[in-house]
Design a protein around this ligand. Structure first.
Ligand code: CP
Ligand code: NVA
Length: 302
């Protein structure tokens, strides 16, 4: 049966381990210049409803390196954008392609796509989740810290798609997750409720970022204004000021804490230039790992 990647809560612990193992192997092969083309002759359709730099490039380059090709499909230019039904589109695409990656607003749309497609569907970000991002962030944490057991990951800022996927991950892997979010900007209530019930080492939500990052091994942030929230920019920019990841905040984490950001970053907003460019920042490795982890996901699913 075909498998999709729609949200991290659908994965088993063994799936995470398989993806990390494969990504490590693929990364090493690429560094050693070894050609590896298990997806020769295969095609990935990439449907974009929102902007992207990392996701688009890493999927496109990733499938090329694995021997296949990607098609960039802006939903604006597809009949989907003119009202063709999602179910019909998914069925048609399944007749041409070997996999679909979608970045859009509604998680329900991605799930409907997956239900009607006979090929794997990968969630490349919705308003609710960003599973590929967090898989590659977890892989980066493994590279730096060697294991999840005993780690404290602190997410500071907006309770958005990235935060929700972190909550999903904490239900499957043994790290302690803390979040600090302003009032009314907490993660999705349902995701948080389930996450707290299932978390292996616990999930704690604080108001004060200092409380969340105390002794953290990893301090993570994301933009204050996600795609689709542009009209809220002014209010958010004011409300989130105390939630900046900067040197003062980092002093409260462990000395060897790593600083992560899924990018794009806005220096001076959710992260100071000093924290972003400083010695604790691993953001460039984190971004590179999108490529290796996405290749692992595609090789496994396709
Ligand atoms: N982090 C991330 O998904 O980046 P893009 O929006 O550039 O794809
Ligand atoms: N939360 C951000 C992530 C971008 C990769 C957004 O949805 O815009």
């Amino acid at each position: 049966m075909k498998k999709d990647l729609l949200r991290l809560s659908d994965l088993e612990r063994a799936d995470f381990d398989l993806i990390f193992q494969k990504a490590k192997h693929l990364k090493q092969m690429q560094k050693d210049g070894i050609e590896h083309t298990p997806l020769k002759g295969k095609t990935l359709g990439m449907v974009f409803d929102k902007s992207s730099t990392r996701t688009r490039i890493s999927f496109e380059v990733g499938i090329f390196q694995l021997g296949g090709v990607a098609l960039f499909l802006s939903s604006r230019d597809m009949q989907l954008g003119r009202g063709e039904e999602i179910a019909d589109t998914a069925k048609i695409m399944s007749r041409y392609l070997n996999g679909i990656m979608i970045r859009t607003y509604s998680q329900a749309l991605v799930e409907e796509f997956a239900l009607n497609a006979t090929i794997p569907v990968i969630n490349g970000l919705t308003d609710l989740f960003h599973p590929c991002q967090i898989l590659s962030d977890l892989f980066t944490i493994m590279e730096y810290k060697g294991m999840f057991e005993g780690l404290k990951v602190s997410y500071i800022g907006d309770g958005n798609n990235v935060a929700n996927s972190w909550i999903n991950a904490a239900s499957k892997l043994p790290f302690h997750l803390t979040l600090a979010c302003p009032e009314h900007y907490e993660p999705d209530a349902e995701v948080l409720k389930t996450g707290k019930r299932q978390a292996i080492k616990g999930i704690d939500v604080y108001r004060d970022p200092g409380d969340a990052v105390k002794d953290a091994d990893c301090v993570y942030t994301d933009v204050w204004v996600s795609m689709g929230q542009e009209s809220e920019k002014e209010a958010r920019s004011r409300i989130f000021i105390p939630y900046q990841v900067n040197s003062d905040l980092l002093r409260q984490a462990k000395n060897d804490a790593i600083v992560m950001h899924c990018l794009p970053a806005h220096r001076g907003e959710e992260i100071s230039a000093e924290a972003m460019n400083g010695p604790q920042s691993v953001v460039w490795d984190q971004a590179e790992n999108r490529l290796h982890v996405q290749k692992a996901i595609m090789e496994i699913l396709m």
